[in-house]
Design a protein around this ligand. Structure first.
Ligand code: IPM
Ligand code: MN
Length: 356
């Protein structure tokens, strides 16, 4: 088969890690008889420097016409001073909206070989960590009305969170369907003791749950969830939550698995086209030094094969190769504990390719 993949390399370590994933995909294509066509489009800081805007029309069109999108990372201190609507992050938010990617899947799983890199106590890690966060991605406070105004104490700013029944229902269904393919348990995370959007969220999730009698559902307040994630993460199978809570909890979940450099994500809409990216950012401190961990991006490419193209064997092959590399003790700097030498980004990529 032939597939057209739009690449957004972006900023910081973005170009290095996207190149790694492309090399892995090319090898997979060779082995399994597929052709991947790659077209790079500018977005984020790179686009701001060239065109003065974070998300050029051409990039949106290219992504909408592709079979799927692979993205490195956008943003960096260079563009921090810019106002909200021309910041690099706007590229990501704009693409999620333009492609109607309302689902963000963020799996967090501990590799047995990496138990030592985990910040949690051995007895906690020993119970296992294998969860997936289903984050709502095109609604809530990220996309609500915002602005500046004169308030009781003078100038103030505001952001608003709104969720429709429709938006909650469709993300809840994704969570229940995801749970059906796993351990059949959904934890819905909200702040229903304070927020009205959370109360509607909770009601709606429970109504959808009736369609899935084989899946159990539990509610958890977000502050408690932040605590439970480090106290006993083995309790979680599928977490479903709003855009902002999902953003925060997924960084926490990534750290308990050892490194943010390992976690992939898939952003999906109602069709098969998706946007795949590591959950980490552009890491400007190590950009251009060939030190980045390419694994999260490589695993994002595997998710693309699985979810957008239905190439299960190929995705398994990539995930297997990553598992083998880690099992053999090969480490990039971010996951190196104690003695030993860290591999560079290109070395790690080469080792993964060798094991495909
Ligand atoms: C993420 C990022 C983005 C988000 C930023 C860069 C806009 O943190 O994908 O988690 O908040 O969604
Ligand atoms: Mn985030």
């Amino acid at each position: 088969m032939e597939y057209n993949i739009a690449l957004i390399k972006g900023d910081g370590i973005g170009p290095e890690i996207v190149e790694s994933a492309v090399a892995v995909l090319e090898k997979v294509g060779e082995k399994f008889g597929h052709v991947f066509h790659f077209t790079a489009y500018p977005a984020g800081g790179e686009a701001i420097d060239k065109f003065g805007i974070p998300l050029p029309e051409e990039t949106v069109r290219g992504c909408l016409e592709s079979d799927s999108v692979l993205l490195g990372a956008v943003g960096g201190p260079k563009w921090d001073g810019l106002s909200g609507d021309i910041r690099p992050e706007k590229a990501l938010l704009g693409l999620r909206a333009a492609m109607e990617l309302f689902t963000n899947l963020r799996p967090a799983k501990i590799y047995p070989a990496l138990k030592d890199a985990c910040v949690l106590r051995a007895d906690i890690v020993g119970k296992g960590i294998d969860l997936v966060i289903v984050r709502e991605l095109t609604g809530g406070i990220y996309f609500g009305e915002r602005g500046r105004r004169e308030g009781k104490y003078g100038p103030e700013a505001y952001d608003t969170e709104a969720y429709s029944v429709y938006e909650i229902e469709r993300i809840a269904r994704v969570a229940f369907e995801t749970a059906r393919k796993r351990r059949c348990h959904v934890t819905s995370i909200d702040k229903a003791n304070v927020l009205e959007t959370s109360r509607l969220w909770r009601e709606t999730v429970h109504r959808v749950a009736e369609e899935y009698p084989d899946v159990t559902v539990a509610d958890m307040l977000v502050d408690n969830a932040a605590m439970q994630l480090v106290r006993d993460p083995s309790k979680f199978d599928v977490i479903v939550t709003s855009n902002m809570f999902g953003d925060i909890l997924s960084d926490e979940a990534s750290q308990i698995t050892g490194s943010i450099g390992l976690l992939a994500s898939a952003s999906l809409g109602s069709g098969t086209r998706g946007l795949y990216e590591p959950i980490h950012g552009s890491a400007p401190d190590i950009a251009g030094q060939n030190k980045a961990n390419p694994i999260a991006t490589v695993l994002s490419a595997a998710m693309m094969l699985r979810y957008s193209f239905g190439l299960t064997r190929e995705a398994d092959a990539i995930e297997g190769a990553v598992g083998a590399v880690l099992e053999e003790g090969l480490r990039t700097a971010d996951i190196l504990v104690g003695e030993g030498e860290a591999l560079t980004c290109t070395e790690m990529t080469g080792e993964i390719i060798k094991r495909l």
